[in-house]
Write a protein that binds this ligand. Structure first.
Ligand SMILES: C[S@@+](CC[C@H](N)C(=O)[O-])C[C@H]1O[C@@H](n2cnc3c(N)ncnc32)[C@H](O)[C@@H]1O
Length: 469
């Protein structure tokens, strides 16, 4: 019987029995099993039997053959791989061949890898870039790679940008990544978010978590049209992008809403806000990371299923909407998340680690919260999870549509700083009643009207040097 142990034993013996076993296999499954379980190949291993398999009828076998040939690191295989690459029609197999060439780390492979840069499959191109980056700095290699900064595929462009960009420095930031401006810390500004953001410097926010107005579904905001509403959100999140630090997160909570019908002669209208907002965010430099579903108990939401329950007529189905979306975005960057984490000292990273009992799926079951003044507040638990998962202690957390200030309250409790904007004075009063001003200087909460904030921003000595608009 064919087992991993048998393959291992024959491989170690190295007396040609493994090659004979391979050649005896007539069915694909067994052949693939052997090739998949060859593991690391001992020095001096004779892999000649793998070369004809680059011409096998089945692409999986050709792919697995290439994968194992790569382990041989044998220059004499090069002509076979070159030949296979030019002939290969299957993109997975082609990718494996290119990977094999790259893993050889042999300058003789460079011209083949350069050829592969023209492959129609971006995954093959990425693999070729990876192989060529071993020789980065050599003029002909750099000359072959740099034009890919204009490649139509976004992942290809990102890899090349990262290779030829500045990978380590804080780049455009005027302050160290983990720090921000004092005049923004624990501040609530009453005013329109777009007016307030004009006075906030570039790259000063670590995390934004917000729930924007739900179009015209509540009375605290009225827009002339759905398009105008979406354009307002797009403009706001474009500004949020500017003030967000490199590679940091934006979490937007929305859900489809319903505008009730005008009369029995009309139907109500549903607006899919998260889906319409998404491409506007992506267009403005927000990279989609995750969708988290906030699941509420059915008893807590408006009952829409009543009519259907009674008549059960097709087309009348209106399920009770028990979910909202938390769309998670990252400010586009060529840097990895690790880069962001490395901007913090070890102590802060340790202190910010998420404790046991965290949710492992993207479905968060959380009861809604209610407030005596505001009609649509975040549950503290929702804020807690977002803030803990997407920021470090000491970070500045922003809520442009602060309402009753739940984000600020929870951020403070979790050892973060907050910056809130809210246009309605009644809600700002509510924030005042919820957020205790501290007796200790640095953490004191400051409330400003727009013009006062503009003055503070102007006068702040650090801001004077920053790129404030
Ligand atoms: C969905 S509520 C947010 C509630 C908040 N998450 C909480 O926990 O209380 C949206 C808030 O955005 C505010 N708002 C609407 N348009 C605004 C604007 N242009 N600038 C600032 N705030 C605005 C509304 O007054 C409302 O309080």
């Amino acid at each position: 019987m064919l087992t991993k142990e048998l393959i291992e034993e024959l491989k170690r013996k190295g007396d040609g029995e493994l090659a004979r076993l391979v050649n005896r296999q007539s069915d694909l499954k067994s052949l693939a099993f052997i090739l998949e379980n060859l593991g690391a190949l001992p020095e001096g291993f004779n892999g000649d039997f793998l070369l004809p398999m680059l011409r096998h009828d089945h692409p999986d076998i050709r792919r697995l053959a290439a994968k194992n040939i790569a382990k041989l690191a044998d220059e004499t295989c090069l002509p076979h791989l070159a030949d296979a690459l030019r002939r290969e029609s299957n993109t997975l197999a082609r990718r494996e061949i290119v990977s094999a060439l790259g893993r050889m780390r042999n300058p003789k492979c460079a011209s083949l890898l350069k050829e592969a840069l023209n492959d129609e499959d971006p995954k093959v191109v990425c693999q070729a870039i990876r192989g060529l980056l071993v020789f980065q700095g050599e003029r002909d290699v750099d000359e072959a790679l740099k034009p890919l900064l204009n490649h139509p595929n976004e992942i290809v462009r990102a890899i090349v940008e990262r290779a030829f960009g500045d990978g380590e420095s804080d780049g455009r930031e005027s302050l160290p990544h983990s720090e921000t401006f004092d005049f923004l810390k624990n501040v609530v500004v009453q005013g329109d978010v777009l007016d307030v953001l004009r006075h906030v410097p570039d790259e000063s926010i670590h995390l934004t978590f917000t729930s924007p107005p739900y179009y015209n579904a509540r009375d605290y905001s009225i827009y002339p049209s759905y398009d105008a509403y979406l354009e307002f959100l797009a403009a706001t999140f474009k500004e949020v992008h500017r003030v967000t630090k490199e590679g940091r997160f934006l979490v937007v909570n929305t859900s489809p809403i319903i505008i009730p019908r005008v009369s029995r002669a009309h139907s109500s209208k549903r607006y899919p806000i998260p889906f319409d907002l998404h491409h506007r965010l992506a267009k403005n430099g927000w990279e989609f990371i995750d969708d988290i579903v906030w699941l509420k108990p059915e008893s807590s939401v408006k009952n829409r299923i009543g009519g259907f329950m009674q008549h059960r007529k097709p087309l009348m189905y209106k399920p009770n909407a028990v979910t909202e979306y938390l769309m998670v975005y990252r400010k586009e960057t060529t840097k990895l998340i690790d880069w962001n984490i490395r901007r913090y000292d070890q102590e802060t990273v340790e202190a910010s680690k998420v404790g046991d009992g965290y949710e492992t799926t993207n479905v968060w079951r959380i009861d809604p919260a209610f407030d005596k003044v505001h009609s649509a507040v975040f549950p503290a638990e929702l804020c807690k999870r977002v803030i803990q998962h997407y920021s470090f202690k000491g970070d500045l957390v922003f809520d442009p549509f602060a309402g009753s200030g739940t984000v600020g309250q929870v951020a403070k409790a979790l050892g973060r700083r907050f910056f809130l904007t809210e246009k309605d004075p009644i809600y700002v009063e509510r924030i005042k009643s919820k957020i205790e001003p501290s007796l200790f200087g640095e953490d004191e909460t400051r409330f400003y009207a727009l013009d006062e904030f503009a003055k503070v921003a102007r006068n702040d000595s650090i801001t004077a040097n920053a790129t404030c608009r």
